[in-house]
Design a protein around this ligand. Sequence first.
Ligand code: PXG
Length: 459
Amino acid sequence: MTALKNYDKDALRELDSAHHLHPFTDHKALTGEGGSRIITRADGCYVWDADGNKILDGMAGLWCVNVGYGREELAKAAYDQMVHLPYYNTFFKTTTPPTAELAGELSKLLPDGFDMIFFNNSGSEANDTVYRLVRRYWALKGKPEKSVFISRWNGYHGSTVVAASLGGMAGMHEQLGLPLPGFEHIMQPHWFSEGGDMDREAFGLKAAQALEDKILELGPENVAAFIGEPVQGAGGVVIPPDNYWPEINRICRKYDVLLVCDEVICGFGRTGSWFGHETFGIEPDLIPMAKGLSSGYLPISAVGVGARVAGAFRDEDGEFAHGYTYSGHPAACAVALKNIEIIRREGLVEKVRDVTGPHLAKALQRLADHPLVGEVRSVGLLGAYELVADKAARTRFEPAGRAGTICRDHCFANNAVMRACGDTMVMSPPLTIEPDEIDALVEVARTALDATAKELGAG
Ligand code: PXG
């Protein structure tokens, strides 16, 4: 219980530097900067660090603490479940009460036909499960050659080897010799970066057409599935033109390609609907979800399996050779159930749709005239602004990513967490954030933009 007692922050920093290999971290730089920032407690939309700073968390942790911090109800749900039944597995025809209840609850939240749920522990694992479900589905249908997955450059689907292959993050691919064979990538629907002189709708059609072109290049008989996030999160809150997803639906149906909607970030209210597929009119066959499912209080993820795929598994003789020790973990399921109850009871989805989402959109507009800002965009409580050297020409600063890092650090220095995805600044606060806290977040964004302009000698 180190975090709850008096501790020596310098000693902790030394321990961390010496023994903790961090995810996605440049360790040489970290050591040079004197070690990690230690977060010790949190409440509502704020976290506190070991130096006593109170920081507005504009990222809800890592896009996940949808109901905000400090929810005793969630702690109690975990405690009660752990005292009663801390663990039992869900292999070999067994289940636990919260596991069965959560499966039922999720199938009620998902579109008609999504009657089956597979549980995992992270978004990456959920997408590994998606891969196995899809491959098995086509094998059961007698079409095992339908095996290739198509996804987008700059999409993010996790960090296991399969999930990173599905993702389109060049840096991850380079380090690992990925993607594995059988993973193909197409352009992303990112108008600001790739739209050139086209209007948004024409660009939306072009980006969707890339899927049809790729399917025809590979041969529809070889293509198993297309996977995409409704809004690319880690890629920089890329909000596609309105006509993009309906066109993707059409193309997937035309060529009998399964459509996987990665709701790991967009699920559980983030875009102002329970799920991103509702906001964007996506008609998926499979729905991986994680993060907001438990608001990050315990690790859990799920894959919603639509009627078409579920039917094949229900009719199968023999078993689906896949599962994790902690699939359907009772404590994680109990927390997820309580989390869904809170989202519903407090009307958080409606709050994002009607109040805070529109408020964020308006507040971000106040940044649009800043000389460093090329575009602002948002949907629900996902917001972004692009850092540019030249607004009209939409040109970036060199080297790529430096302006973003500088701006992100200035946000931190002003006690707000925002994330830099390259030179795109993004925010994804808890769904409990109030309008005045959104204003405070955007005010820090402006202060940080001014400081960044000064540091870059720009604007
Ligand atoms: N799909 C999507 C859409 C995600 O955003 C995953 C899958 C993988 O989830 P797990 O639980 O395995 O991490 C994610 C995760 C970032 C950042 O810095 C984003 C994620 C994870 C870590 C960092 O933006 N997204």
